[in-house]
Design a protein around this ligand. Structure first.
Ligand SMILES: Cc1ncc(COP(=O)(O)O)c(C=O)c1O
Length: 377
């Protein structure tokens, strides 16, 4: 997407109307390369979840660095991402009208779907039959998060057998998401051990039934560098790692200077003592609480980690200056690292790529928004 006529490449941050979403391109490259290197070192297939960046530009960079395919949460995301890959996992059970959009993906897309119910299998099988397309299925297991996934392995076996009886569905493997592990990286041992055990018992049961899964798909950003410790995993799906955020840094899953994404904001008021107000509120920063770490606020300043956004209205963010001697002036620019980046990205149409203070490029968040299944006449 071109810059507007008044904003040329090479412009500095001061030229941007705020709030604006920035990505530090050097950090982005580093994050993508680090994960690709880790995947290679441990012979794991990397299938990044695109829910973090929702941008074909970034997905293409992940694929260029060896990602085996992409993970999406919605058929609408999958439709956009089919422009850059032929290998898509929908890591979310498609039920109802979503199925039509899914079946409309280009036939060249090797589609895999994760699900956990007979109803979802029957719906998908009927849609796949009608569309004449093969669909690979991962049966989702609950190994501790308690969100989706079957909790009893004989039920997993029953679902796998059902998939095998419903061509053109194909049994492709099992999936799980360790989203319950958000502890500091050094304190994850007990939960990882429990996860290893749960997954191990599921794999033993499937093995005994002669249903060894070709793929075991797991992974998350908080556990990203420990994925190889979960015996049996063959594929992992981190999403947040590409940009990282305050939560990821606070638990030590990345360094603070691996946070690539910030919201550029302008100080618009300093009239109340011990605080400064910026033009980025909940509509620019989201309202995600601190997760997995003891911290206040909704984000922290990139170059002053002790200054947090302690409160927000829709368009106002309130910086807490009680722990710093720094006193900004009206008109100063600040960069906020949000608590949880994925929600914030989703609030933006365009992201600006920067090196230092210089704007180098911009790209569309082209898979954002809620696509409608139909337009009413
Ligand atoms: C099913 C699934 N897989 C992978 C991910 C990626 O996890 P993370 O954001 O920790 O990288 C998510 C995140 O919500 C998810 O729901």
């Amino acid at each position: 997407m071109p810059f507007s006529p008044t904003l040329g490449r090479g412009a500095t941050l001061a030229a941007l109307e705020t709030p604006a979403a920035l990505v530090d391109l050097d950090r982005l490259d580093r994050n993508i390369t680090r994960m690709a290197t880790y995947a290679n070192a441990h012979s794991l297939a990397l299938r990044p979840h695109i829910k973090t960046h929702k941008a074909t530009t970034i997905a293409a960079a992940q694929l260029a660095h060896g990602a085996a395919g992409l993970t999406c949460a919605t058929p609408a995301e999958a439709a956009v991402m089919s422009g850059v890959t032929n290998d898509i996992l929908l890591a979310y059970p498609p039920v109802g009208p979503k199925l039509a959009r899914l079946m409309a993906l280009p036939p060249s897309v090797r589609l895999t779907v994760a699900l956990d119910s007979e109803r979802a299998i029957e719906g998908l099988a009927a849609a796949a039959r009608a569309a004449g397309r093969a669909v690979r299925v991962y049966v989702e297991l609950d190994v501790g998060m308690h969100r989706v996934g079957v909790t009893a392995w004989d039920e997993a076996i029953r679902l796998v057998e059902l998939v095998r009886q419903r061509p053109p569905l194909e049994y492709a493997g099992i999936a799980f998401y360790p989203g319950h592990i958000r502890d500091a990286v050094g304190s994850q041992d007990a939960k990882l051990a429990a996860l290893r055990e749960a997954l191990g018992s599921a794999l033993t049961a499937l093995d005994r039934a002669g249903l060894r899964p070709p793929v075991v798909s797991g992974g998350s950003t908080p556990t990203m560098m420990r994925t190889h410790e979960v015996t049996g995993v063959t594929e992992f799906r981190p999403g947040t790692y590409v940009y990282n955020d305050r939560g990821t840094a606070e638990i030590g899953a990345c360094a603070w200077d691996d946070c690539a994404f910030t919201v550029l904001a302008t100080v618009v008021s300093t009239s109340v003592p011990n605080q400064a107000v910026i033009d980025a509120g909940a509509k620019a920063l989201g309202r995600e609480p601190a997760r997995g770490f003891d911290g206040e606020g909704f984000g922290a300043l990139l170059d002053r980690r002790d200054v947090v956004v302690k409160g927000m209205s829709e368009e106002h963010g309130i910086l807490d200056l009680s722990k710093t001697t720094w006193r900004p002036s009206v008109g100063d620019l600040v960069r906020v690292v949000p608590n949880h980046v994925c929600i914030v990205v989703h609030l933006n149409d365009v992201i600006y790529g920067v090196r230092g203070e210089t704007l180098e490029k911009s790209w569309a968040v082209d898979a954002r928004g809620r696509a409608q299944a139909a337009v009413l006449a």
